[in-house]
Design a protein around this ligand. Structure first.
Ligand SMILES: C=C(O[C@@H]1C=C(C(=O)O)C=C[C@H]1O)C(=O)O
Length: 344
């Protein structure tokens, strides 16, 4: 056996141990998941994740492994560890109207929590493609609505008030209906009215995460309406699928979104543009000089740019947007003047 073959054999032995240890770690995580479920604790424990991360960092120093390996490895381990903590205790029939990124994200969650799902929408091809990605089926709109116990509308505001939906609402009678918009302001009132007129139970939800796969342990805001005042069933439903639901009111939700979405997006859009302009004006190619902080910020900027239409929708529709932007401008100006003052 050549020396390389011998070393490769040793690597294979270690790989087997690594995979075995990963499976043992996942089993322990699953046990913790059962205890959390019994006590209604959230799956994600950020404090614990931070302390695990710090421990890994100090171990990486001890054993001479580059620190930069730790974050990507641990992020992957945490997300799969949390998948092992989902213990669905019941199965629901869920009809998804729409086939965008958030529909995909939620369907991935329904898949790993063993829920029954059909996908529907105006474009049969797109709905079929999304459904089959997870081994689910397409159903035509009226049938899907009739089949589902829970109807989740994942359309943008313009889709919710469209003729397509207006024709569909009469078939919603007796169903539990959820929208997932980031800005509820005008649409909440519209859907509440539709639910009164068409005799369905409307409860709004807002996933507090982006359109990525398997968002286990993430939070989702739940806002009851007149036709679905007791949110317990839907809080339970989201918990059963691996999310951490937070009940709130329409007003409180919009205020919170002004703080966590409107203001940061506003700054990030301006930052994105200013970075581009400054580099042009200074005539510098900075791509080889990205610091770790800059790389992280740039990743976020890229995500914000990728979600441009949703982000503009939030800026437009959130009732506290103008206030958030005014305050943001004022603070930027104050900071600017402070630096001017220091120079004098
Ligand atoms: C396993 C747990 O659940 C989650 C997964 C963690 C892990 O894989 O180490 C840590 C914290 C939690 O977000 C736990 O709470 O300990």
């Amino acid at each position: 056996m050549s020396e390389i073959d011998d070393l490769r054999k040793q690597i294979e032995n270690i790989d087997e141990k690594l995979v075995y240890l990963l499976s043992e770690r996942m089993k322990l995580s699953g046990k913790i998941g059962k205890i959390k479920q019994k006590n209604n604790f959230p799956i994600t424990d950020e404090k614990r994740e931070e302390s695990v991360r710090l421990r890994w960092l100090s171990l990486s120093q001890k054993y001479g492994i580059p620190e930069s390996m730790i974050d990507p490895l641990l992020n992957l381990i945490f997300s799969y560890s949390k998948i092992f903590q989902i213990n669905p205790s019941y199965i629901k029939k869920i009809s998804i109207i729409g086939y965008g990124g958030m529909a995909r994200s939620l369907i991935s969650l329904f898949k790993i929590s063993s829920q029954e799902v059909v996908v529907t929408g105006r474009d049969i091809k797109k709905a079929e493609r999304l459904a089959s990605e997870f081994g689910y089926a397409y159903m035509e709109p009226y049938k899907a609505v009739e089949w589902g116990e829970i109807i989740i509308i994942t359309l943008p505001p313009s889709g919710i008030v469209s003729d397509f939906m207006k024709k569909l609402f009469p078939y919603f009678s007796g169903k539990k209906v959820i929208d997932i918009l980031s800005t509820k302001h005008s649409i909440f009132g519209f859907l509440e009215k539709m639910s009164l007129e068409n005799n369905f139970n409307y409860i709004s939800s807002h996933p507090l995460f982006g359109p990525y796969l398997y968002p286990v342990g993430e939070k989702i805001a739940v806002i009851p309406s007149i036709t679905f005042p007791d949110s317990k069933e839907i809080l339970d439903f989201w918990r059963n699928c691996g999310l951490f639901p937070i009940q709130t009111s329409l007003e409180n939700h919009e205020k919170a979104m002004a703080v966590v979405q409107v203001l940061p997006h506003f700054y990030l859009m301006a930052l994105s543009k200013s970075i581009e302009l400054l580099a042009k004006e200074l005539d510098v190619d900075f791509s080889n000089f990205q610091t770790t902080n800059f790389r992280d910020i740039y990743k976020i900027i890229k995500r914000v740019n990728d979600l441009h239409s949703v982000i503009m929708e939030i800026q437009e529709l959130n009732p506290y947007s103008q206030k958030a932007r005014e305050l943001g401008m004022k603070e930027l100006n104050n900071l600017y003047n402070e630096f001017l003052g220091e120079k004098k």
